[in-house]
Ligand binder design. Sequence first.
Ligand code: ADP
Ligand code: MG
Length: 211
Amino acid sequence: MGKSSLSISEVRDMMLAAAQRIIEAEPILTDADRALGDGDHGVGMERGMTAVKDALGGKDFPSVGKVFVGVGTAMMSSMGGASGAIFGILFRSGGKALGDATEFTAEGLAALLREGTDQVMTKGAKPGDKTMVDALYPAAEKAAEVSGEPITNALSAVAAAAAAGRDASENMIATMGRAKTLGENSLGKPDAGAVSVAIILAAMSDFAAGL
Ligand code: ADP
Ligand code: MG
C-alpha cells in the first residue's frame, strides 16, 4: 500500500525532482524537437525548469495548488515559445483547481490534470494532433479512473498512461504546431512536448514512490 497523500513540502520537492529530470533530459528533448520542429524545445525546457528550481527551492507554500501555480508561472515567464505558454496554462490552471488543499491526493491529481488539460485544449489541440495533449489527455483520463487510490499508486498509473500516449504520438500525423507542415513525414517520431510531459510525470511518480 503506497502513501495516501503528499504534504505541501513533499509536493514542492517532487516538482524540484521533476525539474532536475527535465534539465538532465535536455539532449533528448532537443533531438525530439529537431526531428519535427525547430530544435529549441530542450533548451526552452531547461530554462523553464531552472526557473522552477529558483522559484521553489527552499520556499514554503500555503497550499499544494500554489506549488503548481508557482511551477506554471516560472515556466510561462522564462521559456517563451509555444510550450512555455502551454505549460504555464497547464500548471497554473491545474494548480488553481486544487483550491487551498494542504495535502495532495489522487483526487487532487485528477483535478489538476482534468482542469489543466481542458484549459490547454482551449488553445486548439485535441487528442490525435500530435502535441503534448496526446500525453496529457490519457493521463487525465487515467487519473480520474484511479482517483480513489493512494497518491503513489495513482502517480504510477498516470505516468504509465502518459508514456503510452507519448509512444502513440509516434504514429500520428501532426496537425498542430510547427510539425504540421511535415504531413506524413512527421510519422515515426514522438512529439517533443509529449516526451516532456511523460518525463515530468515519471519523475513525479518515482519521487513519490521513494518517500
Ligand atoms: P515552439 O513550437 O514555439 O518551438 P517548443 O519547441 O518549446 O515551442 O514546444 C513545442 C511543443 O509544444 C510541441 O512539441 C507540442 O507538444 C507543444 N505545442 C505546440 N502548440 C501546442 C498547442 N496548441 N497545444 C498543445 N501543445 C502545443
Ligand atoms: Mg520548438
